[in-house]
Design a protein. Structure first.
Length: 294
């Protein structure tokens, strides 16, 4: 596995504080409310590629400032399954009220919307209201997940494709569960047929920015390997999910009010930690459009 070690000579305009040797870094010494000069932006972009998850404390951004910073990462995309902020159609709400008793969206390891033909490249999330404790987010490196597999298994996975769909989120499999998500977030009244639509992506992809290979499977959207039944696919998929979630592949980010966090949705997975029952949490997010995985 390629380990990450902070090189102080690489970053002269921002203060990079890695969370560990695998994924995640806090960034200080930068004000996101104003446009970043090219040199500072280049270092922020490099930190994003190096650490996959970067977060900036004490950034009380307005909605327009949130949009402006997000657009530096690429074209923004709509997320029809999420509610938007009034007047800002490309800023979406991740909200849980103190009395909400529905399921927390994203409580399993996943990358967002991998059932799209072009899944999101990244997400820029801003913490507006957070509980005094709880409500952290876990992240894991799919670079590390792939690189720590045996060469023989990597060779096999390099030849496989995977079938993705949103059937468990708003398709027929979701409705068969008769369980509800938090009413504040996902629009579970979306078209069932659209939720059941299937998309095929490689099991292993190459990152367009870094050129590194990463595993591209997740238990929320993946249904099976192409050309195999679900029963045939499950033993290998279960192994991969457990392997990805090994502790050394992960980091855990504690949210603070006005913190801004960007994660790479291609080569990092994330999960919500639903340990804040009875306390409110309100976040806003923008979503960066991505390329078709290959």
């Amino acid at each position: 596995m390629t380990a990450i070690y902070d090189n102080p000579l690489k970053f002269s305009r921002i203060d990079v504080r890695p969370a560990n040797g695998t994924i995640g870094a806090e960034i200080r010494g930068v004000d996101l409310s104003s446009p970043l000069d090219d040199e500072t932006w280049a270092e922020v972009r490099q930190a994003f590629h190096d650490y996959l998850v970067i977060y900036f404390p004490d950034q009380p951004l307005t909605h327009p400032q949130h949009l402006a910073f997000s657009q530096r990462f690429g074209e923004l995309m709509d997320m029809p399954q999420l509610h938007a902020v009034d007047g800002f159609g490309q800023i979406h709400i991740i909200k849980r009220d103190a009395d909400d008793d529905g399921r927390v969206i994203g409580e399993n390891w996943h990358a967002d919307s991998t059932y799209f033909e072009r899944p999101p490249a990244a997400v820029v999330m801003r913490a507006v209201t957070v509980p005094e404790f709880g409500g952290d987010t876990g992240f894991l490196s799919m670079y590390a997940a792939y690189e720590t597999l045996s060469p023989k298994l990597r060779e096999l996975l390099d030849t496989l494709n995977v079938v993705h769909s949103a059937t468990r989120i708003y398709g027929s499999a979701y409705h068969a569960q008769k369980r509800k998500f938090s009413a504040n977030n996902a629009k579970v009244d979306l078209d069932i047929e659209a939720g059941d639509r299937e998309t095929i992506h490689p099991a292993v992809c190459t990152h367009p920015g870094s050129g590194r290979r990463f595993l591209f499977v997740n238990q929320v959207y993946v249904q099976r390997f192409e050309g195999m039944t679900e029963a045939e696919s499950q033993p290998l998929l279960r192994f991969l999910y457990e392997h990805c979630a090994r502790f050394e592949n992960t980091c855990r980010v504690r949210w603070q009010k006005d913190q801004v966090l960007i994660w790479d949705n291609r080569c990092a997975m994330h999960k919500a930690i639903p340990d804040y029952v009875g306390r409110a949490r309100y976040m806003t997010r923008t979503t960066i459009a991505g390329e078709r995985p290959r």
